[in-house]
Ligand binder design. Structure first.
Ligand code: ZN
Length: 158
């Protein structure tokens, strides 16, 4: 790592501190030439798999979606933003552990439910009911698309 003051490449790490449960490291460095100090951050870059939806469509992993789903389930429960962040981090670790390049949306739902069950019973029940309903809605929508013609002719006949 080059010194930002004198561009000299001999710098020494004088202090390292783990941040965010070991996912990033903050290092204090000292330049051997000019003796100035500076800080660097190292963060693990995790590449998340694609998500395969119930109907077979694929989409990139979206942290926001998972976070907001869990946030909704945890509304008015004694759960801090830190706990929410940590649970999403753990869920991401589990997703990376179980999958190669793709992961099914149902598998993610199951992982989220597993963590919520341990965190808070009310949040778990809320998420589970919404999640199951959502799954049904998607299936329901697919059925309508599939039977669209017979559906509209039924409507005409009625
Ligand atoms: Zn320097």
């Amino acid at each position: 790592m080059k010194c930002p003051y004198c561009q000299q490449s001999e710098t020494k790490v004088v202090d390292s501190r783990l941040l965010k449960e070991g996912l990033s490291v903050r290092r204090r460095r000292k330049c051997e030439a000019c003796e100035k100090r500076f800080t660097t951050y190292e963060t693990i870059e995790i590449s998340m798999p694609n998500i395969v939806k119930l109907d077979g469509r694929r989409e990139p992993y979206n942290r926001e979606k998972i976070y907001s789903g869990i946030e909704k389930a945890c509304q008015k429960r004694p759960i801090s933003t830190d706990q929410l962040e940590r649970i999403v981090e753990n869920i991401e670790k589990s997703i990376v552990d179980v999958s190669a390049k793709e992961v099914k949306t149902q598998d993610i739902g199951n992982i989220v439910m597993m963590y919520l069950r341990n965190l808070d019973p009310v949040a778990y029940i809320r998420f589970a009911s919404v999640y199951r309903k959502f799954q049904d809605v998607e299936e329901f929508v697919n059925d309508i698309k599939h039977d669209e013609e017979s559906f509209s002719s039924t409507m005409r006949d009625a």
